[in-house]
Design a protein around this ligand. Structure first.
Ligand SMILES: CC(C)(COP(=O)(O)OP(=O)(O)OC[C@H]1O[C@@H](n2cnc3c(N)ncnc32)[C@H](O)[C@@H]1OP(=O)(O)O)[C@@H](O)C(=O)NCCC(=O)NCCS
Length: 341
C-alpha cells in the first residue's frame, strides 16, 4: 500500500489469492419486474446502467448464509480445513446484526476456531480494503492463511419506491483464500483512499446513533425510506470515474508496469458507463475488462470477489496474469489492487 510514491520495496513474502468462491441467491428481479414497481423501463435501465437483472435474497436468507456458501467453496478449492484459517476479514455494510459482526457469526457457523475476525465498512470498496489488509499481514510475516469475503444483502436497505436507486442493487457474496508465498507473485500493489467530506452523496440517514430507528418511529415513522440508501447518482458517477482511474494508475505505477501489462481488469460493477469511462481513460481494450453487471447489478462489497470468481472459473484469469481490481463506493471510498495470479 503506497499513497502516491513508486514502491520499490520487495517484501520477502507476498499474499497470493489461492482460491475463490461465490454465491448468489436464486431469486431474480428483472427490469420487467421493476417496470411494474416504479416508473421506469427496461430500455432506460439497460442503456443507463447495463443492468438486466439482479439476485435478491429471500427474507430467510441472510448475508452470513450467503457468505458461508461462498467461503465453503473457496476453502474446498484451496484445500484448507476450517481450522487452517488465521484471519477472516469481511467487507459489508449490511451485516446480519449490529453486534456481533458478520465475521464473528461466520466464524462460529464454519468452525474457524483459530481465526481472528474483523468487518470492514468501506461499502463497494470493502473487499479490496480487506485484501490490502490481508496482504499487509502476510507481507509482514505475521500470518499465512487469510480468508477475505465481500457480502451484501442490499435489498434490505433499498427503497423500492425510489427509481433512482432501486434499479441498481442486488445481493450476493464472494470469497477468496489468501495464502503466503515466497514467490514474486500475488498482491503486488494496493491503494486505499477516502473522502469523508462527500459522505452524504451516498448514505443511509436513519438507523445509526445520530438518528436512531426507534426515535424516527416515535416521530411519525419512516415514510420516505429514510432507513434506506439515498444517493446523488450523477455526482457519485463523476467522482467514481475520476477516482477509480487515479487508483488504477497508482497501483500500475507502484508495480512498475504500464496498462499494456494488465491482462484483465476486474472493476466494481456499479454502472457499465462508469466501467467504460474508466477503462477508456486507462486505454484498456474491452476484451480485457470483465463485466457481469447485466446479471447481478451492483452488489457493493460482493461485486469484485463475485466477478473475480466468475472470471477465474470461466478461464478469463490464468496463472501468471496481471489482474487489476478497482472499486468505488459510499464513504466515499475507493481502492485498487494489482495481483499477479
Ligand atoms: C443512478 C444513475 C444510473 C442515474 O443515471 P444518470 O444518467 O446520472 O441520470 P440522472 O440521475 O441524471 O437522471 C436523468 C433523468 O432520468 C430520470 N431517472 C432516474 N432514474 C430513472 C429510472 N430508473 N427510470 C427512468 N428514469 C429515471 C431522472 O429522474 C432524471 O429525469 P429528469 O431529467 O426529468 O429529472 C447514475 O447516476 C449512476 O449510476 N450513478 C452512480 C451510481 C453508483 O455507482 N452508486 C453506487 C456507488 S458504487
Amino acid at each position: 500500500m503506497d499513497n502516491g510514491k513508486q514502491n520499490n520495496f520487495r517484501p520477502r513474502y507476498r499474499a497470493r489469492i489461492k482460491a475463490t468462491g461465490s454465491f448468489t441467491p436464486p431469486d431474480v428481479l428483472t427490469n420487467a419486474d421493476l417496470e411494474r414497481m416504479v416508473d421506469t423501463s427496461d430500455e432506460w435501465i439497460t442503456t443507463r446502467t447495463g443492468i438486466k437483472e439482479r439476485r435478491i435474497a429471500s427474507k430467510e436468507m441472510s448475508g452470513v448464509d450467503m457468505s458461508v456458501k461462498a467461503v465453503e467453496i473457496a476453502l474446498s478449492d484451496a484445500g484448507w480445513a476450517p481450522e487452517d484459517v488465521q484471519l477472516l476479514i469481511v467487507g459489508t455494510v449490511t451485516p446480519d446484526y449490529r453486534l456481533p459482526s458478520n465475521s464473528c457469526v461466520i466464524q462460529e457457523r464454519m468452525g474457524l476456531v483459530n481465526a481472528g475476525t474483523m468487518d470492514i465498512a468501506a461499502a463497494c470498496a470493502g473487499f479490496i480494503h480487506g485484501l490490502a489488509i490481508a496482504s499487509a499481514f502476510i507481507e509482514s510475516g505475521q500470518l499465512e492463511r487469510i480468508v477475505v469475503v465481500g457480502v451484501e444483502k442490499l435489498s434490505s436497505i433499498t427503497n423500492y419506491k425510489d427509481r433512482g436507486t432501486c434499479i441498481l442493487f442486488g445481493d450476493g457474496a464472494g470469497a477468496t483464500a489468501v495464502e503466503r508465498t515466497e514467490e514474486d507473485r500475488g498482491v503486488l500493489a494496493s491503494f486505499l483512499k477516502s473522502d469523508g467530506r462527500l459522505g452524504k452523496l451516498l448514505w443511509i440517514p436513519v438507523g445509526g446513533t445520530v438518528a436512531p430507528y426507534q426515535e424516527a418511529m416515535r416521530n411519525g415513522g419512516i415514510n420516505n425510506g429514510e432507513d434506506c440508501l439515498a444517493m446523488n447518482g450523477s455526482e457519485v458517477f463523476k467522482h467514481a470515474v475520476r477516482q477509480m482511474g487515479d487508483a488504477a494508475l497508482n497501483v500500475i505505477k507502484q508495480a512498475n508496469m504500464t496498462t499494456e501489462d494488465i491482462n484483465l481488469v476486474v472493476p466494481h460493477q456499479a454502472n457499465i458507463r462508469i466501467i467504460e469511462a474508466v477503462t477508456k481513460r486507462l486505454g484498456v481494450p474491452d476484451d480485457r475488462v470483465f463485466i457481469n453487471i447485466e446479471k447481478y447489478g451492483n452488489t457493493s462489497s460482493a461485486s469484485v470477489p463475485l466477478a473475480l470468481d466468475e472470471a477465474r472459473r470461466s478461464g478469463r484469469i490464468k496463472d501468471g496474469d496481471n489482474v487489476l481490481m478497482i472499486a468505488f463506493g459510499g464513504g466515499l471510498t475507493w481502492a485498487a489492487a494489482l495481483v499477479n495470479w
